[in-house]
Structure formats: structure tokens, C-alpha cells
Design a protein around this ligand. Structure first.
Ligand code: BTN
Length: 248
């Protein structure tokens, strides 16, 4: 598989280190992994915390065409790669919530954070993946009751280590990226839709300061989510937090 694997014990954020490696010319599809992040970043300015050695913490270096770098597809492809890898390696029923959550039985086990930037006139992206693998119930953040890990969800039916998931995630992401480079969004969308649990569901959406309700209808060519709001208006969501609501 193309690209190097650079491993660290401790970093601030693998996305930040990957950006440095990208600027120094690391080949496309190289990955930066770490056992611990002192300043791991999540979406919407949140932090991403995991005790050392419990998670797959990996960032993939890309130089995509600018339109692809601007779309949500790199993030969606990261989620598909993780969900497919978890299914293939662990035989656990991983599913996706738009845009970047990988879930097991409704618990979030992984997230994807994509950073895009230009360097010397070339569009770059870093797709960062955090997959909780070995955390016990005590190690999971008490203020995030919806978070879990592969081993906690498997509850003794299986036990994995973060490194076992690295190659499967890289391989699947590599395939999906080649499809995206061929502008074959249909193939990637099909893989995403097979695993998605957002479209068709009643949702709450938080964009900036406002929260509103509706029903998710589809994902478009930019990877944005369309929602029919309670007034019947169709609204495109490019960035936001989506919560799936339980219907009576
Ligand atoms: C989310 O908010 O769901 C996205 C979380 C992404 C976390 C990963 S861990 C590896 C990479 N480095 C970071 O600082 N963040 C991403």
C-alpha cells in the first residue's frame, strides 16, 4: 500500500504532525499514528481524549483535487473505511451517522476530523481518525454517555488492540480515495448508504447557535446532508451536529 507509516509515542495531535509531514513532502497516503495525544482535536473545536494505547489515532496525508478537498467526501470516506474495517476485522455491526461518527449499537466508537490547507499552491488534506478500541467503562468520559469502545461494546465476545485495525482502515480508505479521485461518487455513496443510519430518520440539527428538527432525506454530491424541516422546507446541512431522535 502506498505511503509511509510514521509512529509516535506521544504527540499533540496526529493531524498537526501529519500537516508538518505533508509540508515536508511526505508521500500521499502516508499515515501518522500515535499511542497518545496531549491535544487531540474533535469536530467543532472540541477536544478528543483517550488514555495512552487505548485507541487507533491515525492521520492520513492527501493531496486531493481542490473540489474534493472542499467537499465532505473525505470525511465520509474515513467513516466508511473505519466501519468496514471494524465489520471485517471484529465482525461487529458498525454503522455511520452523518457526517463523521462510527457507531455500534447506538454508541459512538470513532470520529473523523478532516483538515484542509494549501501548501506551496497545492491543496492538501489530512483525514484524522480516532477509534476507541480497548477503553473500559471506567476509562470512557462520564460526560459523554453515548461514547464507547470496540471491546466495551463486544463485552467479552471479542477483544482487539488498536494496531490490528490500522492496516484494514488504511486499505479501505485507499480504495475509497481512488474511487473519489476517479470522481466515482456513486460507488462511495453506495458504500456509505449501506452503513448509514441517518437518512430517513427524525433528527435534531445544531448549526451555529440554532437547533431545529426535521427528517434527513439524502446526501448530495458534495457529501452534504439534506433535511426536510418541520415546515416542510428542504435545507442543506454542510457542517453541523446531527442527533438522531427516537420516534414514538
Ligand atoms: C469527532 O469530533 O468526532 C472527530 C474526532 C477525530 C479524532 C481524531 S484522533 C486522530 C486525529 N487527531 C486529532 O487531533 N483528531 C483526529
Amino acid at each position: 500500500m502506498a505511503g509511509d507509516v510514521v509512529r509516535y509515542d506521544e504527540v499533540t495531535s496526529t493531524n498537526d504532525l501529519a500537516r508538518d509531514h505533508a509540508r515536508r513532502g511526505a508521500p500521499e497516503l502516508s499515515v501518522v499514528c500515535a499511542r497518545y495525544q496531549a491535544a487531540g482535536r474533535g469536530r467543532q473545536g472540541r477536544s478528543w481524549l483517550a488514555p495512552a494505547g487505548t485507541s487507533l489515532l491515525v492521520s492520513i496525508i492527501l493531496r486531493p483535487p481542490p473540489t474534493l478537498a472542499r467537499s465532505a467526501w473525505l470525511t465520509l470516506a474515513g467513516g466508511v473505511a473505519v466501519a468496514e474495517a471494524v465489520r471485517g476485522t471484529c465482525d461487529l455491526p458498525a454503522r455511520l451517522k452523518w457526517p463523521n461518527d462510527v457507531r455500534l449499537n447506538g454508541f459512538k466508537v470513532a470520529g473523523v476530523l478532516t483538515d484542509s490547507f494549501r501548501h506551496e499552491g497545492t491543496a492538501h488534506a489530512v483525514v484524522g481518525i480516532g477509534l476507541n478500541v480497548t477503553q473500559t467503562a471506567e476509562q470512557l468520559a462520564p460526560d459523554l454517555p453515548e461514547a464507547s469502545s470496540l471491546n466495551a461494546v463486544a463485552a467479552g465476545a471479542g477483544s482487539w488492540q488498536p494496531d490490528e485495525l490500522l492496516q484494514p482502515v488504511r486499505e479501505r480508505f485507499g480504495e475509497l480515495y481512488q474511487e473519489l479521485l476517479r470522481a466515482d461518487f456513486v460507488a462511495v455513496r453506495r458504500r456509505w448508504e449501506t452503513l448509514d443510519e441517518t437518512v430517513g430518520r427524525a433528527v435534531s440539527v445544531t448549526t451555529g447557535e440554532s437547533t431545529w428538527r426535521g427528517r434527513a432525506t439524502r446526501v448530495d454530491d458534495y457529501g452534504a446532508l439534506w433535511i426536510e424541516d418541520e415546515a416542510g422546507e428542504l435545507r442543506q446541512v454542510i457542517a453541523g451536529d446531527v442527533t438522531i431522535r427516537l420516534e414514538p
